[in-house]
Design a protein around this ligand. Structure first.
Ligand SMILES: [Zn+2]
Length: 577
């Protein structure tokens, strides 16, 4: 359904490093990027991205491909949906009729219609809707905010008949696929029946699911989300990110809260740079979504033990991604929602301003169960925090280190200098596993392959040299493959992991064209000599075998010619061969 030009245009428009970087922490390494593979449990970065060649390859699990297959795989999409979503993201025009045929478009369209349908129901002045509006009023949520978030009400709509009747193109199956209903005893059942509905949008602003809050506390779980699907993945979504993007970017920080109503309440208080984690613990992918917009994260989670533990984890994860963190603590209030209920918007801003740096939060977190009035408790705090201080030190995070030391000093009364952090334990290099002799390329072979992969115009010359030179088994293996097919990605798939890594490293360090020329000339001379020597040896063998004097003479003549040629190619030297 796509023409080739569109696919090519898309591939050239999507920066593979940027796209993959949204999911994987990539480090530049020569002309490549490396990171931990998102497709298998990777500990030693075996995932490579080549910006020049536009592909990724994992030496651990063998996953590889281009931007489209990466997106397809990581988001679990059909080819068509991956193309359309990428095109949308990177501003490549897709013909409207193509877009409209995708499952992504169809499903999000249905969900958007349903969001509006339920939203309208909230203002119908039925008993249920009046109750709901009342509840929202009690939470200090005004109509403007209700409209802005398109909050809705799904009441007395057990089989979604009304919605299906008003949407000719929608059938039961579509609603099941969209995650808002399920079939029970052959009947379609509305998953969000008798709930306040909160549309959840992805970062492009398309509705991909719902959160539902019970109207009365007796009916089922308080909050319910759409089930996981290819378009609704909680671990990859942040509530309100689509609307908060602009404000986050202009204020250069984001407030991360836990629940829907935390977000909505903050919004009500005039704070727009806020996103919600959808009730799951924060994931690396969610943090990376934010990292694309800002490096500064303010966590404002629930004040109970679970919320504080989640905060600790979140700070650690964010620090690992190189983000700068701060934490809001409000022991007197359960969450931001309750804060709005009991305080004025102005007070909320004051509380945000009292946020403490993530490093200090961690120290406070450790101290919460210690008695810091006696030496034992103080010593214990030093002991617990020591590995964390060392980590800041080892990662070169000096601000983090200083903040943590200061916090410890304030809590214990010990001088900052006395909180020893710079003692370094010697680290021992891991010894290579013994007993395995791995296939390795010789230095000269590496140079040749580097030329082969860097300069299109020299490929055939390199191949000729490889054909003539005596090669290591590793290089022979590579030569056999590239002789048949020149595709680097294919090559990586066909060699052992260690050799593949070596090839990556070889191809990623650039070489000047002049140097390449010199090396090629030298090697060609060398192989030329080898060829001549080979011919001379062959002649000698024949000469020793023939008895016919005439033939022998002509062979000897030929040998003299070859010897001259050899002398010439050696630049006049004669080293006796
Ligand atoms: Zn992998």
């Amino acid at each position: 359904m796509f023409d080739k030009d569109l696919i090519e245009k898309l591939k050239s428009s999507v920066d593979i490093v940027e796209l993959v970087g949204r999911y994987v922490n990539l480090q530049k390494s020569g002309s490549y990027y490396r990171g931990l593979c998102p497709f298998h449990n990777d500990t030693d970065p075996s995932f490579y991205v080549s910006p020049g060649k536009g592909f990724f390859h994992c030496f651990g699990c063998g996953a590889s491909g281009d931007v489209i297959s990466f997106y397809q795989k990581i988001e679990d999409l059909s080819f068509t949906d991956a193309v359309v979503q990428l095109a949308d993201m990177f501003n490549v025009n897709v013909p409207m009729h193509v877009f409209e045929e995708t499952a992504y478009h169809k499903t999000t369209k249905i969900l958007e219609n349903l969001a509006r349908y339920w939203h309208n129901e909230l203002f119908k002045k039925s008993e249920a809707s009046l109750n709901m509006i009342n509840y929202l009023k009690k939470r200090k949520i005004k109509e403007k905010t209700i409209r802005s978030f398109e909050l809705g009400l799904s009441s007395g709509d057990r089989t979604l008949d009304g919605f299906i009747r008003s949407n000719i193109k929608v059938d039961q199956n579509d609603l099941v696929k969209a995650g808002v209903a399920y079939i029970n005893n052959g009947k379609l059942i509305n998953r969000f029946e008798n709930r306040l509905t909160i549309p959840i949008r992805n970062k492009s602003g398309r509705v991909v699911g719902f959160g539902g809050r019970v109207i009365s506390d007796e009916n089922g779980p308080k909050y319910l989300n759409s089930p996981e699907s290819s378009i609704f993945k909680k671990s990859k979504l942040l509530f309100n990110l689509d609307r908060a993007k602009k404000s986050i970017s202009s204020l250069n920080y984001v407030i991360v809260v836990e629940g829907f109503f935390d977000v909505i309440s903050m919004y009500e208080a005039g704070i727009e740079n806020v996103v919600g984690t959808l009730g799951t613990s924060l994931t690396g992918i969610q943090l990376k979504l934010l990292k694309n917009i800002t490096e500064n994260i303010l966590f404002f989670f629930d004040s109970d033990e679970a919320g504080q533990k989640a905060t600790f984890r979140a700070v650690e994860m964010a620090e690992q991604l190189g983000l700068s963190t701060a934490v809001v603590q409000t022991p007197k209030f359960k969450d931001p929602g309750e804060l709005l209920l009991k305080k004025e918007p102005k007070d909320i801003r004051d509380i945000l301003n009292q946020a403490i740096p993530g490093a200090a939060f961690k120290v406070h977190h450790f101290s919460r169960n210690l008695n810091l009035k006696n030496d034992q408790g103080k010593k214990k705090l030093l002991q617990i925090t020591e590995p964390y201080l060392r980590k800041y030190h080892d990662q070169g995070d000096n601000p983090g280190l200083q903040i943590a030391v200061k916090a410890i000093s304030e809590l214990t009364g010990y001088a900052e200098d006395s909180i020893n952090v710079t003692s370094r334990r010697k680290s021992f290099r891991k010894a290579a596993a013994p007993g395995f002799s791995k296939k390795k390329l010789k230095p000269g072979e590496k140079e040749l392959l580097k030329i082969y992969f860097s300069f299109l115009e020299y490929k055939s010359r390199v191949l000729k040299i490889l054909e003539l030179l005596p090669l290591s088994s590793a290089c022979m293996e590579i030569y056999k493959i590239i002789k048949k097919n020149d595709d680097f990605e294919l090559l990586l798939k066909n060699v052992e992991e260690d050799l593949g890594r070596e090839l990556m490293n070889t191809a990623e360090t650039p070489m000047s064209k002049n140097l390449a020329k010199v090396i090629l000339n030298d090697l060609e001379k060398c192989t030329e000599k080898m060829l001549i020597k080979e011919q001379i040896r062959e002649l000698d063998r024949k000469i020793s075998q023939v008895s016919n004097e005439k033939v022998k003479t002509s062979l000897l003549m030929k040998r003299v010619q070859l010897s001259r040629l050899l002398l010439k190619s050696q630049g006049g030297e004669n080293n006796g061969s």
